[in-house]
Design a protein around this ligand. Structure first.
Ligand code: 5CA
Ligand code: ZN
Length: 409
């Protein structure tokens, strides 16, 4: 699948900072030490509805990870998937009487447009579940042949008990896991499973649903977790630097993925840091396609909202915080954007070097974007009150805000 065009990332004077980031698996901050090519896998959308502010907030967090690494002169090998076949997509297509392939294509195209408008850097590999099927089938066969998977009425399940490290990503107890499994795509109550938590690896073809050749597995379609494992292992290999997604992916999705990978490769962890973004809410409830309480990025853009202001709403919240979208959040971001643009529109201003360092320091410290915004606010206020004589400082600030925060002034 093709991704979307990259906006240019200006080079900055001085030295970038290494990233310390919160890892769900260890429950604390870890100092990442990527090689010359940093490796990151971020779970992509299930394209049955348009990109909402919650999605955008999560992708913003991982865009910042990329920008911090690029600032250290590393390359970034970024992989993202598209879950372009799964129950919710098929159910929505059925409900609306549309073709599921056309629905997925339309929403993925809109996602690309939204990501481009928000200046989110694209993945190097953007891979659909459907195109990953030839790589998924042999992994499921290997799990089955290793005794880590079993068949139930033609479907193939992963046995969580085959992984000695099961539970180490989310750190949840069995009761909490069972609840979340039922809420998030699992089927803990299906009779005949060895463990209620066991997730499906391969679903045998159902009447009226799409299916693919699964070799010795028979016709069917892949489970959700093995999709991301197959794509990540194919393009990044084990032990990559960051696996990312919203906090609702910690369990079961990332837990199960780590387990599949552990049994397949004998290695733990799959990622050096499991990084999870907080949930954005609307009217007191998590914004979600299934609930329908959504603020769409594309709708805001159509209404004439500047994408840079949308991006500033995301940056105004720490990525790990849960927060609520309100009209005021956008009003504040538009006002800030106006102040910043006015401040950089002059040829000279207060010195910029210290500000660049402050932004770097803030982002290197668990992606503290609100602290970075506060630093730019202080510089803009100084400019407003006293001006300054440093020729070119506003240009440096513009470039830093673009390179490190993805905001075009
Ligand atoms: N296709 C799978 C991942 S493999 C999936 O979860 N798709 S999704 O479309 O439901 O979500 C895409 C990303 O947005 C995930 O990382 C998810 O955690 C995140 N996300 C979904 N809703 C919100 C929200 N309200 N706030 C923040 N992030 C969210
Ligand atoms: Zn995923």
């Amino acid at each position: 699948m093709h991704a979307w065009p990259a906006s240019e990332v200006p080079a900055l004077p001085g030295q970038g900072r290494d990233l310390r980031i919160h890892d769900t698996a260890t429950g604390g901050l870890v100092s990442l030490d990527p090689g010359p090519v940093a490796r990151i896998y971020v779970c992509g959308i299930t394209p049955y509805d348009a990109t909402h502010i919650g999605h955008a907030a999560t992708y913003n967090a991982f865009d910042l990870v990329q920008r911090v690494w690029l600032d250290t002169k590393r390359q970034v090998h970024y992989v993202q998937n598209v879950t372009d076949v799964d129950d919710p997509l098929l159910e929505r297509a059925e409900r609306d009487g549309v073709d599921w392939v056309a629905l997925a294509e339309k929403e993925t195209a809109l996602f690309r447009e939204d990501m481009t408008a928000l200046r989110m850097l694209p993945p190097r590999h953007y891979i659909g579940a459907v195109e990953a099927i030839p790589g998924i089938v042999p992994l499921v066969e290997r799990l089955r042949d290793a005794g880590a998977a079993y068949e139930l009425e033609g479907d193939v399940y992963f046995s969580v008990e085959s992984d000695p490290n099961f539970g180490r990503v989310s750190g949840l107890d069995a009761a909490a896991m069972r609840l979340l499994s039922a809420e998030r795509g699992g089927d803990p109550d299906r009779p005949g499973k060895k463990n209620p938590l066991d997730p499906m690896l391969w679903m045998a073809a159902r009447e009226g649903e799409p299916s693919w050749d699964g070799g010795s597995l028979g016709r069917g379609r892949p489970g959700w977790h093995i999709e991301c494992v197959a794509i990540a292992l194919d393009h990044l290999g084990m032990g990559f630097d960051v696996q990312g997604g919203g906090s609702d992916l910690a369990f079961p999705h990332h837990e199960m993925g780590a387990s599949h990978a552990q049994v397949l490769t004998g290695e733990f962890p799959m990622a050096q840091a499991y990084v999870h973004a907080g949930m954005v809410a609307l009217d007191g409830e998590k914004m979600s396609k299934s609930r329908g309480n959504l603020v769409f990025v594309s709708k805001l853009r159509q209404d004439g909202v500047d994408p840079a202001a949308i991006r500033l709403t995301l940056l105004a919240h720490h990525y790990r915080a849960d927060w609520e979208w309100t009209d005021q959040v956008l009003v504040d971001a538009e006002a800030r954007l106006g102040r910043w643009r006015a401040a950089v529109s002059r040829p000279d201003g207060p010195p910029a070097e210290a500000l660049v360092e402050e932004i770097r320091e803030a982002l290197g410290n668990d992606l503290d974007a609100p602290a970075a915004l506060a630093a730019v606010d202080r510089w803009a206020a100084l400019q407003q009150e006293h001006g300054g004589t440093d020729i070119g400082a506003p240009g440096v600030v513009s470039r830093a805000v673009d390179a490190l925060l993805g905001v075009a002034l």
